[in-house]
Write a protein that binds this ligand. Structure first.
Ligand SMILES: Nc1ncnc2c1ncn2[C@@H]1O[C@H](COP(=O)(O)OP(=O)(O)O)[C@@H](O)[C@H]1O
Ligand SMILES: [Mg+2]
Length: 268
């Protein structure tokens, strides 16, 4: 956040002159992935999962990353979130080159700047819903009473205000997913990354969640990256990056002449 606040007109001009993709963009590039490579396994079992991947995300936008199962989407998100190291290439997040950061620095950076919604929600079963949501605030040293207050506010916004005292396993899959979303947003991270955030959500709750993501993204200093193959939500994207077999094959912009709409039926 600090870096963005001090992003001066001169910096902007410099970027506009030297980074062609910035010229038409409203937002600043806050995630910049360049020529990233990643493989798993050895010898005959080796699989090449990310192949010279380039990808940018900007403030003020929802970027959706779509593609068939196994094409490398979660791997790419993990690399951007700094939970997995890549073999070569560069990833800059808010101007910080992740490959140059130590493990400890990366952990602190992530806690402050990134809200991550995992495909499996990773809620802690022994804590209440509100306590789970408050974790990112506690990590930052916010008092527990303040953390509880902010957790309950965000739980209200995802329609779970009444359930704050319960344990996560008392909630349905879709409700647990909304708790995970609330936890990723509670500390207002400038980058929100979500892996299949609507997979367990019905249309009504999907709409609540996507509207929330849009509000989050529209605030000028935030970027949202969503991995999805849920075609009900594609209209919420400002840009869609299509991935196949470890490569980004196409990036398209959407103009939003009409407000986005959650499509209530799956189309195939
Ligand atoms: N930790 C890992 N070890 C070995 N192989 C992995 C690992 N993580 C992912 N893979 C493999 O990498 C490929 C891409 O996986 P993933 O990024 O999860 O795809 P997606 O999220 O698009 O479904 C798959 O073939 C998967 O089996
Ligand atoms: Mg995945």
């Amino acid at each position: 956040m600090k870096r963005l606040a001090t992003f001066t007109a001169v910096d902007f001009l410099h970027h506009s002159l030297y980074a062609p993709s910035m010229r038409e963009a409203n937002g600043q590039i806050v995630v910049d992935v360049r020529a990233v490579e990643k493989s798993f396994g050895d010898g005959a079992d080796r699989i090449h999962v990310l192949k010279q991947v380039d990808l940018q995300a900007r403030t003020g936008e929802i970027m959706m990353l779509v593609g068939p199962s196994g094409c490398g989407k979660t791997t790419l998100l993990s690399a951007i979130a700094g939970t997995m190291r890549v073999e070569s290439g560069e990833i800059e997040v808010f101007g910080n080159p992740l490959e140059k950061m130590s493990g400890g620095a990366l952990t602190r950076f992530r806690a402050k700047h990134i809200g991550f919604i995992f495909q499996q929600f990773n809620l802690i079963p022994t804590l209440t819903v509100a306590e789970n949501v408050g974790i990112p605030l506690l990590i930052q040293g916010v008092s527990s009473s303040k953390a509880l207050k902010r957790s309950r506010e965000i739980l209200d916004r995802v329609g779970l205000g009444e359930r704050w005292k319960e344990r996560p396993n008392k909630l349905s899959g879709g409700q647990q997913q909304r708790v995970a979303i609330a936890r990723a947003l509670v500390h207002e991270p400038p980058l929100v990354i979500c892996d299949e955030p609507t997979a367990a959500l019905d249309a009504q709750n999907g709409e609540i969640v996507l509207d929330l993501f849009r509000q989050v993204a529209r605030s000028a200093e935030r970027a949202v990256i969503i991995v999805t193959h849920d075609n009900r939500i594609f209209s919420y994207a400002d840009r869609i990056a299509r991935m196949d077999d470890g490569e980004i094959i196409e990036v398209t912009e959407q103009s939003h002449q009409q407000p986005p709409q959650f499509i209530h039926e799956h189309t195939h």
